[in-house]
Design a binder for this molecule. Sequence first.
Ligand code: FEO
Ligand code: CA
Ligand code: CA
Ligand code: CA
Length: 853
Amino acid sequence: MAFGFKLSSAWSYDDGDIETNRSANPHLSDLVAQRYSRRQALFGGVSAIGAATLLAGCGGDDDGPALSVSAGDSVTTSGGRMVNLVGGVSGGTATASSWTQVSGPPVALTPGATGDTVAFSAPNVASATPLVFRFSAVNQAGPANADTTVTVNTAELGFAAVAKSLADTVTVPTGYSVTVLYRLGDPINAATSAYANNGTDTGFSARAGDHHDGMSYFGLAASGAAPDPANSARGLLVLNHENITQLMLHANGPTTVNGARPEAEALKEIEAHGVSVIEVSRAGASGAWSYAQGSALNRRITPNTAMDIYGPARGDASLRTVFSPTGIAGRGTINNCANGYTPWNTYLTAEENWTGYFRRTLGDAAARGGPTAKVNVSLARYGRSDAATQAAPNGPQGNYGWAGVQAADPASTLFRKWNITSVAGAPADGTGDFRNEIFQYGWIVEIDPFNPASTPRKRTALGRMNHEGAWPGRFVAGTRPAWYMGDDAQNEYIYKFVSTAPWVAADATGTDRLALGDKYLDAGTLYVARFDADGTGVWLPLVFGLGPLTAANAAYSFSSQADVLINARLAGDALGATRMDRPEWTAVNPANGEMYCTLTNNSSRTTANTNASNPRAYTDLKRPTGDQVNADPPSPPSRTNGNPNGQVIRLRETGDTTEATAFIWDVYAFGSGADLNRDNINLSGLDDTNDFSSPDGLWFSRAQNAGGTINPLVWVQTDDGAYTDVTNCMMLLGQPGRVGDGTTRTITNTITPLTGAPTTGTATARVGAVPGTKLRRFLVGPVQCEITGIDSTPDGRTVFVNIQHPGEEATSVATLASNWPANQGGAAPSPTGARPRSATIVITKNDGAVVGL
Ligand code: FEO
Ligand code: CA
Ligand code: CA
Ligand code: CA
């Protein structure tokens, strides 16, 4: 809300120096000199001058009577909101006027619409704090001042909850605006044509990829290719392209020729994966955002881009292929889901569901030593036993069948690398085929967005898994920093990497950014989390030789630290880590260092295998929708058993330090429909304003603005299939409390199968303080999308969000389910309308306040 000040409570100033004889004007030069000297006497040395103006022209009527000025009524606001100060002048014409701050936490005053108006974004404060501002005006008769007081309270949510929605549009609260910034296929250099969006486009290494996901904004210096972490008007937006909606990329969907994918189609699909780096800027302080199509900093990184391998697994025998016989370099990153960042201005991208892209032919396990051979134990633990491959959705081809492409250039290995079947007669060390290619995936990859020529580095010290992201804890000089990570598959673990190198604040401005990555990300300790029933937990170190991580381990004989990191899941098994409900994103509260992790859902959770941190197992009924409703007889509700709605867990490190090896924990919020049983399922008491399902994307506002201080805002994004009979996926905004602020409850779980008897069990749930009005739905997305990926400008007044795969369930390009974003603004989806496109959107508050406040 903006505050317009009325011209009441006028406080006039009259020093008695009134001149009425207009016939005796001084010479112009004298007049100007006098004005400047008076103005400087009035305002010199005062900080935060907002809008000093020199009025009147030559020989103007500036020798009028003494002025009356007003500064408006005193008002109350809260952190992050915009305040407009409106000065008033009466009784004459001022020769100069200005606003200055008299007391309180300093703010930056920016000019408003008129010379007597200024605006500022209220700072966040721990308790009610007065800020006093003075409006001053002067004419030949002398100066006049008036003061006003703005009392600022602690930041609070500044919007009414958005209703659940099945509409094909992005909905945000009243008072907020959405624009579309960067869509699938948008060109990122001057030579590439606009996207036709009809399946004929090519050249995706110079276009936006598909399935926008994790994203970070890096402020860009006015001088060009250097960071300016304070710049909220120009930056590099770096975002992941996790996957593709294959149907929409081709004129009539994907094709095969004699059972093989055409090379051009496969190349397009491959290049639509990866990462984008794009330059974005704002037109003026409050204008529209756009990306610079011709920026030299724009870059696409794809599954074909050269990569270097760093950390303990660099050069390991199990990473060697015919393309990279030394195992120190490779090619490509894929299924980049969530993200992370470093304070030295690099981007971290996470390789998530990479396993399924690889073909592995039945019989390969026998050819490579049988089921107990280490390589086969490893491949099976990561979902790529040769039998599992045959059962995968795309059968033995691997996702999208790229391994079967017959490249026009016989020497090309761009497609062959997707087949990890060992070639009969090839060297057993893997240097003659691509049997080891899959071990080059599953890593956190560091990218220097400010150097388009740099080669990304895979940071193997952070372990190999279905990486969701790598979010850092707080950086404290002299303390070893940490990055928190989820492994997103059913019953997988939560990890933390703690660097060996204590943080040196000066490194934040280092210019050899990837060398700083070497310093902090190549040596350290990877830990896996065990959550105990009493609300405590421990970080178990994945260190070769410690505990069970030796050659004597029965399930898998570890041979080195590289072996432990490449097989982090097997190490977590041996250490007794807690099997979680699919750990997705991690985020850290910048005010207190508490770490949050979304546990999205888990269909294999049963009443018999719940634990305190994953306590729910129940049956979710999903009402029939669309054609199912009109069927005769109508379709019955479908059921999902297990934990269909997910939860957000959080932990507080002992001593509030990233170096801790123990923590306490609870659950911030349990996902649920508002109508479900509050004793056993809707444990957080969600209502119509904040009920959600399958939390996935997760973020805290930046500490650089009011949203990220005192009581920071947490943003929760959903990737849901359970509640989509009621609403499209969404984003919520909350002000959470702290670990341990809630209650411990005993719940009864019941799973009711379609046939047979229900199963029941009990569990202890540690439920954070009920979110209530401190958690609200902020955004609902278009049909069949996922909301994922978020960052803001440093000032928090622009938020970037990704809308992933709208309309992804269409089975034909002739029967589209969504036309978003072409129809953003309210048009209903048309089966013959524009094809849907994943896209980055920009959200601003219309009055310029910090988004959400
Ligand atoms: Fe890419 Fe686990 O979501
Ligand atoms: Ca995700
Ligand atoms: Ca997900
Ligand atoms: Ca997804």
